[in-house]
Design a protein around this ligand. Sequence first.
Ligand code: FES
Ligand SMILES: [Fe+2]
Length: 440
Amino acid sequence: MKSKLKLEELVQDTRVSRKIYLENEIFMLEMERIFESNWVFLGHESELAAPGDFKTLTIGTQPAIMTRDEHGDIQVLMNRCMHRGSTVCQQERGNSPTFRCWYHGWTYNSKGELIGVPYADGYGAGFDRRKFSLLKAARVEKYRGLVFASLEADVERLTEYLGNAKYYIDLFMDLSPLGEVEARAGEHKYGYDGNWKFQQENGVDGYHPNFVHQAYFEAQGKELGRKVMGLFTGNSECDSKDLANGHSILDMTIKNRHGTRPVRNMLRGSTSQSSGAAYVASMTQRYGEARTAEILGASNVNLAIFPNLLIIGIQLRKTIPVSVTRTAVHLLPTTLKGVPDEINVARLRAHESFYGSAGGGAPDDVEMFNRCSEGLRVKGAEWLELSRGIEREHRDEEGNIVGHITDETPQRAFYRRWRALMCDAAALQPAKPLRAVPSL
Ligand code: FES
Ligand SMILES: [Fe+2]
């Protein structure tokens, strides 16, 4: 009989077992030890502009509601009626000051408090509706408009968790001369028959673009296509970085050393000279010349925030585990506050051209996830190789591990964190109950 690998042996320094993509038992542990015990990305606060705005989502696979209460605070409620368990909200998005369960009519306010019970006298004098508030995420914090929640209360502050990734989030947000982006331009979605980790690995994989996306790059025209492909060759000057805590980046800011690139490139679209000039002027007024050059020069990044957020191009991309071999992905393209409309339109059109459902790029990545899922059914080969570049990595002055852009440094960063959460001594203790607390 073949010996079974233990959990801590499935993810090693330079290789991972195919089982972590295929076995339901491991998926269930990931939900508990990663998604239900730590910070996860939920959305952008601009999605909930007005009191009562809400959207439904999942934390791991548990249904939840993110809503803005009448005081303007963001609440994260578990979408589970405290009567007999039905979800209390079905809509993806909307505006409502209350959530009424369809089953027997119990009604909750946007803080999750039970405010209505039909025919309440049937419960007798001892019934205390304060004991039946919706469960809530134990922690909710924001950074530059990005909303994260944790079902476990005992986690570090979000700013500590984000650590060195904050520098790159700041660059993304500071592309607006007001320092704010909005995620109100719609949301587009796709899904694939494969494990959620494929998407998170791929968002910071600088080894694949010249193969998976070759046709798209070539279709951009000779000069531009060659330029983009040059970023991802073995001779590229660009880096990948392990930013700690599982976060990582493909950092294409090297061009900044040779001066700021034209606004047109930075925006990933075409704008008129007058719009571009007005934009640069407003940026310079707000940030000064040096910081403006830094922001514009560093806007080409693919940033992964463990476990479920990717910031790529103009988008916030959320990876949503559905089952061990099914994943949903939601893309929120952002617009910049305080810029001419023409610039935001150019950003959106450029985004659609690669990432849209009929775009030239993202569908090809999804095809790779499907193929990996299929190929990994071969039982004779256990391991996926992640050793590329391990012998040429170094640490920079910020403590990041730096590899070449085509190296598997980001994937090793992801799995170092995965292993720490899934396999450390504390995490190997028996499962705790639901890590959400009553809202009392
Ligand atoms: S299950 Fe919600 S009111 Fe009965
Ligand atoms: Fe790709």
